[in-house]
Design a protein around this ligand. Structure first.
Ligand code: NAD
Length: 497
């Protein structure tokens, strides 16, 4: 692509106080179509001044918005849901265009996000308080939940629709105002959804979108006008955001990276288990925080599972996801990511691993492709086991027993997801009870909770207390008042009423 073609790619605008504009940024990042490698947008790498302007707009909008009856706020969410459904195909194509995932995967991305909007439509019920009359003599107790103020959300590249929607529908329905900083790699879907939210009737300043990288993130974490920060991304940045925003007195929920194990017992049902392994490891080109990135075949079944996965990899159709709706797998997000993944694969044979299926050989002339890869004979001390690869690379370990498998799994620093495949309730029960990890699958390859449940990572996969979406999301975006009232019961009698 020529330099002038890059320069003429459209600039991605910010949304502040209900108005879209192009800020005067000192630098711009490239938004790619990962299937072709073309630059399709230039994202302004914003500054603390953009954050300040967004905070001012959000603060101005807060009093009227938080005072609006919750049923009216929810009516706007119902309309937003309608618009997301009406524009479903457009959003799906946009998501595929900037992220590279297949059309089916983008459908899942947008659909899972819409489910959070549906959940947020019920905030009137979910944010109700409790009451206990006569908790002591003539004393009644009532709790009520109130919005917290201006909330910020910082999101990763891998779910351009769903992860932003984990946050702001709930925050806004609860009566807060919001500033979103989407990933600079995928800002287009986030901007389009914000346009639809405005079209749904949201007053100016309730939803704001800024763009950029570290400078904007740090400004969101430190600005005194911001009450909370919700972050989803890598563990390194999740820790940074958690530490910085907490030290500036904010409520923080910060979700990080993952290393998720798929544990296959000898009695697993072969066909559905193979489908689950392939979908979990290579779906979204392995770029899911709930992707299975480690396969453990327990006991003698490991040989069979190596054969099954290798033969299944041979039939994966990797292709341009914009032009080929039948592609099974798309590219990874960008060239840097591709090089990083290839570098990690290279470490495996040097450290004793055996590359059973080598995705490096599935070359393409354009785009950022890495083929599905299986590395066998991986040990817990190897780089591919310790690091989150975040690409279509599955590492295989061969524990002899369920106990040995659980012992290895419980030493993994992360704690997002883990799945067992078995026909035995007893093995499944032992796994569920003993594993130190927040989201578990029993014969389910991607045990990502849907909107009604919170996304409950543990250990290095989450920093904070209340997780995103579900009831914990409502708790996070509201704070409780407890009112104790005492009224003299003789008063009515004394007045003769
Ligand atoms: P990332 O951490 O690089 O970026 C996430 C956000 O942080 C982006 O908005 C980015 O602009 C910002 N950022 C990047 N570097 C920064 C820095 N040095 N200082 C401040 N802000 C910075 O993550 P990514 O590559 O976009 O996404 C992939 C990661 O996200 C993976 O680790 C994946 O496991 C994780 N993820 C986790 C979950 C979860 O729920 N736990 C969900 C999705 C993705």
């Amino acid at each position: 692509m020529t330099a002038s073609a890059v320069e003429t790619a459209p600039v991605v605008p910010v949304l502040i106080g209900g108005k879209w504009s192009e800020p005067n940024a000192a630098s711009y990042g490239n938004v790619y179509n990962p299937s072709s490698g073309e630059v399709i947008g230039r994202v302004p790498m914003g500054s603390s001044a953009d954050v300040d302007a967004a905070v001012q707009a959000a603060q101005k909008a807060f009093p009227a918005w938080s005072d609006m009856p919750v049923t009216k706020r929810c009516a706007i969410m119902f309309k937003f849901r309608e618009l997301l459904n009406q524009h479903f195909d457009e959003l799906v194509k946009l998501c595929t265009r900037e992220n590279g995932k297949t059309i089916e995967e983008s459908k899942g991305d947008v659909r899972r996000g819409i489910e959070v909007v549906e959940f947020a439509c019920g905030v009137a019920h979910l944010s109700k308080g409790e009451s206990l009359p006569q908790i002591a003599d003539e004393l009644d107790a009532v709790t009520m939940r109130e919005p917290i103020g201006v909330c910020a959300g910082i999101t990763p590249f891998n779910f351009p629709a769903m992860v932003p929607l984990w946050m702001y529908p709930i925050a806004i329905a609860c009566g807060n105002t919001f500033i979103l900083k989407p990933s600079e790699k995928v800002p287009l879907t986030a901007n389009r959804m914000a346009e639809l939210l405005i079209e749904a009737g949201l007053p100016d300043g309730v939803m704001n979108v800024v763009h950029g990288g570290r400078e904007v993130v740090d400004a969101l974490c430190t600005h005194p006008g911001i009450a909370s920060v919700s972050f989803v991304g890598s563990t390194r940045v999740a820790k940074h955001v958690y530490t910085l925003a907490c030290s500036h007195g904010k409520r923080v929920q910060s979700a990080g990276g993952a290393k998720n194990v798929l544990l296959v017992m000898p009695d697993a049902d072969p066909d559905p288990t193979l489908r689950a392994i392939m979908g979990s490891s290579f779906g979204n080109a392995g770029q899911r925080c709930m992707a299975g990135s480690v396969l453990m075949g327990v006991g003698k079944c490991a040989d069979e599972w190596r054969e099954r996965v290798v033969s299944s990899i041979k039939s994966v159709k990797m292709d341009d996801t914009n032009s080929n709706p039948k592609a099974d797998m798309g590219p990874v997000i960008d060239g840097t990511s591709r090089e990083r993944i290839l570098g990690l694969i290279e470490t495996a044979p040097k450290e004793g691993g055996d590359i059973a299926a080598d995705g490096r050989q599935m070359k393409r002339d354009r785009g950022f492709f890495v083929g599905p890869t299986l590395i066998d004979n991986v040990q817990p001390n190897m780089t591919v086991f310790k690091e989150e690869i975040f690409g279509p690379v599955l590492s295989m370990l061969r524990p002899k027993t369920l106990d040995e498998a659980l012992s290895i799994m419980n030493k993994v620093a992360y704690g997002n997801g883990a799945s067992i495949f078995t026909a035995s309730g007893s093995s499944a029960r032992k796994f569920v009870r003993e594993i130190q990890c927040g989201m578990l699958g029993v014969n389910v390859g991607v045990p990502a909770p849907m909107a009604l449940f919170s996304f409950s990572g543990w250990n290095q996969s989450f920093f904070g207390d209340l997780h995103v979406q579900g009831v914990e999301g409502v708790m996070f975006y509201t704070r409780q008042k407890c009112v104790l009232s005492r009224w003299d019961s003789n008063y009515v009698r004394q007045h003769g009423w």
